[in-house]
Design a protein around this ligand. Structure first.
Ligand code: AP5
Length: 244
């Protein structure tokens, strides 16, 4: 496998057809990571790996991991690094990741980022001919807008489509446009839990911006713009990387 080492020494897989490396979506709760990940997934045919979605799936199935994670998630706190890293390691072994992948909400601590660099550096992605540094896209949105987005969010439990009662309402109230399912509100979108999630982000995740900036991998986008404008900027960042 050909490779390009990043400044931190890690080697990253790249999609042969598109020339992309892994895409990391980074930003506070409500910044639009999930919304944008779904568009990028469709455009490039690569999977969205959302640690939040995987954890919620474990919680709803009542697995041992889910029972453990729920106690943290209900309080708006982060699930321990080792639990999340093991989960991501397992997911990255699936065949669909060989063409590239989007990490949505991971890494979100410096320890997770260090683990990821090491993991990707050690793995052989058989079908990938070259390696390239991950593109890290940071979505920047101010605090009050985040609050409004999170309290107004509704999700389809069947297809996962994300709505917002203020900004992106469904055509029929509380009903998914795609499959007609009744929309749900996430348990952690209560104001007291949101405040804790935003605190965790500032304390544990913001230092990551510096981690990626130092190795020249961070691309920042003003995500306080209409969804389509953010999408266009995200796609430019992915395709032109550091020349944005
Ligand atoms: P997770 O599910 O990842 O939640 P999060 O990071 O808090 O992010 P959100 O899903 O709330 O927001 P988003 O940025 O995806 O925004 P969205 O697109 O939905 O994690 C949940 C929990 O799991 C964590 O609290 C933690 O406990 C645990 N966890 C997960 N990963 C972990 C990790 N790596 N380590 C440890 N613990 C972990 O958009 C939000 C709303 O805004 C929607 O209504 C949408 O329609 C609207 N919207 C989006 N874009 C726009 C726009 N441009 N303009 C107007 N509205 C918009």
């Amino acid at each position: 496998m050909d490779s390009t080492a990043t400044e931190s020494g890690a080697q990253m897989p790249v999609n042969e057809q598109t020339g992309m490396g892994p895409i990391i979506l980074f930003g506070p709760p409500g910044a639009g990571k999930g919304t944008q990940a779904k568009v990028i997934t469709e455009k490039y045919g690569i999977p969205q790996i959302s640690t939040g979605d995987i954890l919620r799936d474990h919680v709803s199935r009542g697995t041992e991991l889910g029972v453990r994670a729920k106690a943290y998630m209900d309080q708006g706190q982060y699930v321990p690094d080792q639990v999340v890293c093991d989960m991501v390691a397992e997911r990255l072994t699936h065949a669909d990741c060989m063409k590239g992948f989007i990490l949505d909400g991971f890494p979100r601590t410096v320890a997770q980022a260090e683990w990821l660099d090491k993991y990707l550096g050690n793995r052989v992605f058989d079908t990938l001919k070259q390696c390239r540094p991950a593109v890290v896209i940071r979505f920047v949105v101010e605090y009050n807008a985040l609050l409004q987005r999170l309290t107004g969010r509704r999700t389809c439990p069947t297809c996962g489509r994300i709505y917002n009662v203020h900004f992106q309402p469904p055509r029929v109230p509380d009903t998914c446009d795609v499959d007609g399912s009744r929309l749900v509100t996430r348990k952690d979108d209560r104001e007291d839990v949101i405040a804790e999630r935003l605190k965790e982000y500032e304390q544990q995740t913001l230092p990551l911006a510096e981690y990626y900036r130092k190795c020249n991998r961070l691309l920042e986008i003003n995500a306080d713009q209409p969804v389509e404008v953010v999408t266009a900027e995200a796609l430019r960042a992915i395709e032109h990387g550091h020349s944005l």
